[in-house]
Design a protein around this ligand. Structure first.
Ligand SMILES: [Zn+2]
Length: 181
């Protein structure tokens, strides 16, 4: 785990001194997303770590094409476009693939990165994997129940949260349930 790699990566995308979204200042991330789409599609792999895992054919049948691209082929939605990027209602964010609760709304914070950011997951709900694609060492996060790709977790960026971690999660990998349900 190279902390300096992550620091370099993150410092290009966000300033820890200001947390207000300003997408026009993140050209590197936008370029990265385009590259990621092509490469992740080519290197898709299916996790098989629980009874909630389905075959690729079964996932295609139950997910939208965009959900399939991100959850099962490890794609990335374009920054600032996700349904939950600026969503701060009280409730729980479940896995869009299998419905397992992953994140509580009280751990969500404004990162300004263009994707939903959480400082912690519900205990045991999320697995971490080293991801060395694109010449960077990052930590991929997946749903522990179905293996669906959620995003990446970044450490030590200086956000004023209890963990100093940022779970950078694709909105499309999540499904929000408000507290009354
Ligand atoms: Zn899942």
């Amino acid at each position: 785990m190279s902390t300096s790699t992550l620091r370099t990566l993150c410092s290009k995308q966000i300033s820890s001194a200001t947390f207000r979204p300003n997408l026009s200042s993140f050209p590197l991330r936008r370029n990265f997303s385009h590259t990621a789409t092509r490469t992740f599609t080519a290197t898709a792999r299916i996790m098989a770590d629980s009874t909630k895992t389905k075959s690729e054919e079964e996932w295609r049948a139950v997910l939208s094409p965009e959900q399939f691209r991100i959850l099962r082929q490890k794609g990335t939605e374009r920054a600032g476009t996700g349904e939950y990027d600026k969503h701060y209602e009280p409730g729980v964010y479940e896995c869009a693939g299998c419905g397992t609760p992953l994140y509580k709304s009280d751990t969500k914070f404004k990162s300004g990165c263009g994707w939903p950011a959480f400082y912690d997951a519900i205990p045991g709900a999320v697995n971490r994997h080293e991801d060395s694609s694109f010449g960077m060492l990052r930590i991929e996060i997946t749903c522990a129940a179905c293996g669906g790709h959620l995003g990446h977790v970044f450490k030590g960026e200086g956000f004023p949260t209890p963990t100093d971690e940022r779970h950078c999660v694709n909105s499309i990998s999540l499904k929000f349930q408000d507290q009354t349900e």
